[in-house]
Design a protein around this ligand. Structure first.
Ligand code: UTP
Length: 919
């Protein structure tokens, strides 16, 4: 007589041998291994029928709808075109949810064959051969009458769940939403020590599904509409007609808990408490804990899914074949608790409406022409309707048929009208857009970047939290602040700019896509999934990257530079029109990674820009302290969230705009005397004048004039000054006088230096051009000095006063210089390129180099404009108080001029840079 141990695949002949075996190491190990495999199988589903080239990521994204996916195991026989895949979830419940899903599983418009993963069940305890197949292995007694050590195997699956048959019709297809990947899916995210740390996991993550499952266990058929939201009124009737189980549907519908949609997902105090309970400390740990604490919860994700189902259910009646796709932070991996839900309703692939499903259309004035009172509507109908009318129609449908959608409003726009509502049960705010494939694609891009490197996610979360706290982002309703989308792209841009780079540029990702291009509305939106991108060489910690991010943007000059998200480069704002695809510029300029003519930060105003820069400076100063050894034990990201301003940070208060105690207006800046930085020889000569401060102001004023006139080659004319040293004019131009002149005070006394003619002396520009200046086509021709006319009138043109007379503001100053600046050539554009070329030729950093570059740009590169590109009246005046001296610059003029803002900031930056050459 013998028993069979299937676990170890052996036969046992005696009771003693049995005892030895079942208590032995080998059997126990094998048994544990078997149970582990069984558990994996219970957590898995078998998937076939997906389109060739379906990526692991796409499968992950889709199956995450049912719960966190642990891994995807592809058919190993044919790695290029795998026939099947095993989707292994983290929890058995998720596999059950998936198997019990009553609708077809659809990925990339293809119906998947999803079934229980095959698993060969073994008897965990040895059995007599004749018991095999009689189900007796569950109740056998050991030879000799000893009870087996374990009970018989429990069936883990309810066979009814294996049924995939769902009702006909159209389905919510999360595959259409490439970004659909809940937060938990992100690989790691907090450094290796925290990879498996998932405090958000709660076995009740899917209470609704569990409730349904229990219902099923009690005899409900497999076709129950689990997970389906209820639709009062019409829906109930429809269900009855279809399945005859409408009552059950009502009973089994999931309940959505109301989530408080709060401004801050967690207060700083609560975060502090959370940190106190942690055993591990340090910035990296804090970043991970914060990310986990603020990320969108599984419960919310479930509610969002249910909202999609609700929308699908209602809209399918009118638009068979509609697909409902989430995009934005709910699904891009960066969602914050209580964030809005963005949904794109795709009406482009509608099926052929079936007459038997006829449904009354709501009255929408603008679609009367369709001459239809009953739906559903098909593709041919939809192409006749404008986007805004589609939005109106959807609004009416939801008003009539989806009472759970409250506070419905239409936000009209020709390009992207939005239907906004609040979901009654969950409180989630939802924005529906009709044609927004690009948003799906950029959602997918962000998600790919977050999947590519585990450091991206905690960085984005901390930055989002910080920005929300500081009021610079994350509140899309309050118009002039950064959108979370823009902020996330800023983090990505930094990670592309750091060396070695952490993230690839979008262009690099697109290049990797080879011939497989994705073109949406003429824009190339191709890119490859994370696993096809070569790994980064950067090994910085998240702490270092966070500090680096703040310091990067603290130094970033938003006035003059913009961000090209596609190539990971910056550009000069004034040159935006020279970009391959011109983009409208504003106070902050960030180009969309796909829609290259779209500046995603055009809504930012001057005040917000200042606030953004200021907050970056403050954060950078705080984060810089983290690297100091003496702060090793005390550093914390909480530093970033306080209101403190570290010592030495140039804090420009927005209300008073105070720098060095001087009130600054929008177009003002200062240069300050820094005695310690002065060259000893210069200091000596200044001292000789008896008043270092005033002497410095005069010298600096002259220096500035030289920079503007000679180095930058602007056309500078002095209106008034009390500097007695001559301020020579190196060139005159025959540009037709045009534009406005600031009216002069009738009694203004122009000094000798005004319009000092020096055109007979060859300027440095002549030398640089081998004296050919006058003969080149582009070279400006010296002209007669125009005769000064009466105040406000010049060159026969009617005078338009530029600004009110401001002479009184500066005439009492020790030093002042009032000049008109006209700019005819874009000497600021492409400067960087020429600078490097000149440096390669042996030039060193100096004003001569700057001048040589300007001349090159002036004479060879650009054609000078006939009319000024932009013109200013610049007033420089000294403010001397005790040992302090400041030159205050004020730019006046028509602020509507296209380049007024950015050239002003260019000048400001350039002068600050040139200060080091002052001697
Ligand atoms: P949000 O700025 O709302 O970003 O843009 P978010 O990541 O979803 O953040 P919250 O948490 O809801 O505030 C939502 C989506 O709209 C698209 C992007 O797809 C973005 O993910 N979008 C936004 C654009 O395509 N362009 C934009 O300029 C802004």
């Amino acid at each position: 007589m013998f028993v069979i141990c299937e676990i170890c695949d052996i036969t046992i002949n005696t009771a003693e041998e049995y005892d030895r075996h079942v208590g032995g190491k080998r059997h126990i190990n094998q048994l544990n291994y078997y149970r582990e495999k069984k558990q994996h199988a219970a957590c898995s589903v078998f998937v076939k029928g997906f389109p060739p080239k379906t990526t692991e990521w796409e499968l992950k994204v889709y199956f995450n709808n049912f719960g966190p996916v642990d891994k995807i195991i592809f058919d190993k026989k044919d790695e290029r075109f795998p026939q099947y895949a095993i989707v292994e979830f983290k929890y058995e419940q998720a596999a059950n949810n998936c198997l019990s899903f009553t609708h077809p599983h659809i990925l990339n418009s293809t119906k998947l064959n999803v079934r229980k993963r095959d698993f060969k069940e073994l008897s965990e305890t040895p059995y007599f051969p004749w018991q095999k197949g009689q189900g007796q292995q569950h109740s056998w007694t050991r030879p000799g009458g000893v009870q087996p050590p374990h009970g018989g195997p429990q069936h883990q699956y309810d066979p009814s769940w294996d049924t995939q048959a769902g009702p006909g019709g159209m389905y919510y297809d999360p595959s259409g939403d490439p970004g659909y990947e809940p937060h938990w899916q992100m690989d790691g995210g907090y450094g290796s020590n925290m990879r498996n740390f998932d405090p958000s996991y709660d076995p009740n993550v899917y209470p609704d599904f569990q409730a349904n499952q229990q219902g099923q266990g009690q005899g409900q058929g497999p076709q129950g509409q689990r997970g389906m939201p209820s639709l009062p009124g019409k829906k109930k009737k429809r269900k009855k007609k279809k399945k005859g189980d409408g009552e059950q549907v009502q009973k089994d519908q999931p309940k959505i808990k109301r989530e408080d949609v709060i401004d801050l997902p967690i207060t700083v105090e609560d975060f502090l408490k959370e940190m106190m309970s942690q055993t591990q400390k340090g910035i990296q740990t804090e970043m991970g804990v914060l990310a986990d604490a603020i990320q969108v919860t599984s419960q919310e994700l479930q509610s969002r899914y249910i909202i999609c189902k609700l929308l699908e259910e209602v809209l399918t009646m009118f638009f068979p074949g509609v697909s409902i796709n989430q995009f934005g932070s709910s699904v891009n991996g960066f969602g914050i608790k209580g964030c809005d839900m963005d949904v794109y309703i795709d009406l482009t692939n509608l099926g052929i409406p079936c007459r038997s499903q006829a449904i009354e259309l709501p009255y929408v004035r603008d679609i009367r022409f369709l001459k239809k009172q009953r739906g559903p509507l098909g593709h041919d109908d939809m192409i006749k309707i404008l986007p805004v009318d589609k939005a109106k129609l959807i609004l009416r449908i939801l008003t009539d048929h989806a009472p759970a959608c409250t506070e419905l409003t239409l936000i009209p726009s020709n390009r992207c009208p939005i239907v906004r509502f609040t979901h009654q049960d969950s409180g989630i705010k939802c924005d529906l857009s009709i044609d927004n494939k690009l948003a799906l694609q950029n959602t997918r891009l962000l998600q790919t970047l977050s999947l590519y490197d585990a450091r991206v996610r905690p960085l984005v979360y901390v930055v989002r939290y910080w920005a929300k706290l500081k009021g610079i982002a994350g509140n899309p309703r309050a118009l002039p602040c950064l959108s979370n989308y823009a902020l996330t792209l800023m983090v990505c841009y930094y990670l592309q700019s750091v060396r070695p780079k952490v993230l690839p540029t979008v262009q690099e990702m697109a290049d990797l896509a080879g011939h497989q291009r994705t073109i949406i509305n003429k824009w190339d939106c191709s890119f490859v999934a994370a696993q096809f991108i070569p790994p980064t060489m950067n090994s910085q910690t998240t702490e270092e990257l966070l500090a680096g991010f703040f310091s990067f943007f603290a130094e970033f000059d938003f006035h003059t530079s913009g961000i090209l998200m596609r190539t990971g480069q910056s550009f000069i704002v004034a040159e935006a029109s020279n970009l391959g695809i011109p983009m409208k510029t504003g106070m902050v300029n960030i180009q969309d990674p796909f829609v290259l003519d779209h500046n995603i930060t055009l809504n930012i105003n001057e005040k917000t820009r200042q606030l953004i820069s200021m907050e970056f400076r403050v954060a950078a100063a705080k984060a810089a302290k983290w690297s100091k050894p003496e702060n090793a034990n005390s550093k914390t990201i909480l530093d970033l969230f306080t209101e403190d301003v570290p010592e030495g940070v140039e804090f420009t208060d927005l209300t008073s705009k105070t720098t060095s105690g001087i009130q600054l207006g929008d177009y003002q800046f200062t240069l300050e005397l820094k005695i310690d930085n002065l060259d000893q020889g210069l200091l000596h000569s200044l001292r000789k004048t008896g008043n270092v401060q005033v002497a410095w102001c005069k010298r600096m004023c002259t220096f500035v004039y030289g920079i503007l006139e000679r180095v930058l080659m602007f056309d500078v004319e002095i209106n008034k000054t009390n500097i007695t040293d001559p301020l020579p004019k190196t060139r005159y131009y025959n540009h037709k006088e045009k534009g406005m002149k600031r009216s002069k005070s009738p009694d203004s006394q122009e000094t000798d230096s005004k319009r000092t003619k020096t055109d007979t002396e060859p300027g440095p520009s002549d030398a640089a051009n081998g004296g050919e200046k006058a003969t080149t086509e582009e070279a400006p021709v010296p002209v007669e000095e125009p005769t000064p006319g009466p105040a406000g009138a010049e060159g026969g043109q009617e005078a338009e006063p530029m600004d009110e007379d401001t002479t009184a503001d500066y005439e009492d100053a020790d030093v002042y210089l009032d000049m008109d600046i006209k700019i005819f050539c874009r000497t600021w554009a492409e400067r960087k390129k020429f600078m490097s070329a000149f440096k390669e030729r042996g030039y060193t950093d100096s004003s001569e180099l700057e001048q040589a570059v300007s001349e090159r740009l002036y004479y060879d590169h650009f054609k000078t404009a006939r009319n000024p590109i932009v013109e200013y009246n610049f007033i420089v005046k000294s403010i001397v108080k005790g040992s302090n001296a400041v030159l205050l610059f004020t730019a006046l003029g028509d602020k509507e001029q296209k380049e007024f803002y950015c050239v002003f900031h260019y000048i400001k930056k350039f002068l600050a840079k040139m200060e080091k050459h002052f001697s």
